[in-house]
Design a protein around this ligand. Structure first.
Ligand code: FAD
Length: 420
């Protein structure tokens, strides 16, 4: 398409990355979000990890057994609230249908490719923008509590290595040498796997840097303005209509509204199989407390601990509960319990510092990979549905969509991500 005016709806990681990539190419961009600032949605306080090493979708073969087993259990890593079921029927059926081995293997490969591409794009953008976002490029570490789980973890890492994800198995001696703060639980661990190319950082700070970068190159920012629906005329998207009735006209629109994307897409007759999967995090002020120096995933507890400068973020759990944004105390207690099982000697000191609790909605596409590209409705593009991998895949998704819209040749194949 010619380099006209593009309206981007949603200033989370994905919308901000798309805006940044488009302004680099000379597009006129308007970025609109109902929040007062960027990153008020899922990108606000996520786990902070950029992990091609964890690119497998959550609808793994047999996921339905786990979901049934965990119904109603507040300590479950994946909790299905029965009250959410009526709103999940079509999406749930597609989510389960995509848990077949072939679909799962294919989706894993596409996510790994997008994650690795995204890290390459991040490296270029870092050079250009020099953003401050508590970045670390020392990799991530998965720890295992039984030998069987550790061997299975190594086998899974080996299957990812074929796709370009490097890994290094660590026994407990090497683990404690590298991460002395884990010494108190070493006797309960079987080993770990280090993924040296993974990264981490504060997603909200990076989103703000992208938005500033886009604004510096002329993007128009509209915060605190909610889009009510897309404006379709003559079978083509002409822009959007805001809650107060104002029309924003554009030559094309990119929907990057996270978990809210399906309802906005529907206003142009486009169906998107994205549902909200709620997750929680706790952010602790941790200066002066001995912490792991790497982001750490406890495979058995389904918890992630990420050092972010002088803070520690504990994130995890998935809840299928529709758009219920309440912070359920039992889920927070669960996260605190998980922290205590990983850092028993630091947990009291951390708790005394009154962590900030947060919940957000992962925009999860039923097929396990995000939706990036042009829809059947002329003038409407999607960049959404990144699920648990939105930080890992945001830069690559923005860059790849911008290349597509600019009609550039790209070494990254977007076809597997095309809107259905
Ligand atoms: C607990 C938790 C931990 C996570 N950890 C990780 C991790 O470690 N690594 C990783 O890669 N990913 C992680 N994720 C996933 C990642 O955070 C998301 O995939 C990513 O933030 C999605 O970004 P987005 O821009 O698509 O959506 P969002 O960040 O939700 O942005 C959508 C934006 O659209 C705006 N919007 C919606 N509707 C409208 C409207 N009608 N009008 C105007 N604006 C609108 C919203 O205000 C919002 O700002 C985690 C998620 C959670 C919840």
């Amino acid at each position: 398409m010619s380099k006209n005016h593009i309206l981007i709806i949603g200033a989370g990681l994905v919308g901000a990355a798309t805006a940044y990539a488009l302004v680099q190419r000379g597009f006129a961009v308007t970025l609109v979000d109902r929040g007062a600032t960027p990153a008020v949605g899922a990108s606000h306080a996520n786990g902070g990890m950029l992990t091609p090493s964890m690119a497998d979708p959550w609808n793994a073969p047999g996921v339905w057994r786990d979901l049934l087993r965990w119904v109603g259990r507040e300590d479950a890593p994946m909790l299905l609230r029965l009250s959410a079921l009526p709103g999940l029927t079509a999406w749930g059926a597609a989510f389960l249908a995509n848990s077949r081995q072939t679909a799962y293997t294919r989706a894993t490969r596409h996510n790994v490719e997008l994650g690795l591409f995204s890290l390459r794009v991040m490296a270029e953008w870092r050079e250009r923008m020099r953003p401050q976002y508590a970045a670390s490029r020392c990799g991530t570490l998965k720890i295992y509590r039984s030998e069987a789980a550790w061997y299975a973890g190594i086998a899974k890492a080996a299957s990812f290595a074929v796709m370009g994800v490097r890994y290094d198995p660590w026994d407990c001696e090497k683990l404690v040498q590298n991460q002395p703060s884990l010494a108190p639980i070493a006797s309960r661990l079987a080993g770990a796997v280090h993924f040296p190319d993974d990264e981490s950082g504060d997603a909200a700070q990076f989103t703000r840097a992208l938005v500033d970068g886009a604004a510096d190159r002329g993007a128009q920012l509209l915060f605190g303005r909610a889009v009510q629906r897309l404006w379709v005329e003559g079978g083509k998207v002409r822009g959007a209509i805001l809650d107060d009735g104002q029309r924003l006209d554009a030559d094309a629109a990119v929907l990057a509204a996270g978990a809210e994307t399906p309802s906005l897409a529907r206003s142009a007759g486009v169906k998107v199989a994205v549902a909200p999967v709620k997750g929680y995090s706790l952010t602790y002020a941790a200066d002066g407390i001995a912490l792991p120096t790497l982001p750490l995933v406890d495979d058995a507890l389904h918890a992630a601990l990420t050092p972010l400068g002088s803070r520690l973020r504990v994130a995890g759990t998935a809840e299928f509960s529709g758009f219920d944004a309440r912070i359920v105390p039992a889920r927070i207690a669960n996260l605190k319990h998980l922290l205590r099982q990983i850092l028993p000697e630091q947990a009291d000191a951390l708790d005394a510092r009154d962590p900030v609790a947060w919940a957000g909605f992962r925009p999860m596409h039923a097929r396990g990979v995000p939706c990036i590209g042009q829809t059947d409705c002329p003038g409407l593009y999607l960049n959404c549905g990144h699920g648990h991998l939105g930080w890992t895949e945001a830069a690559g998704s923005g860059e790849a969509l911008a290349r597509l819209m600019a009609g550039e040749n790209s070494d990254f194949d977007l076809r597997p991500f095309a809107p259905d």
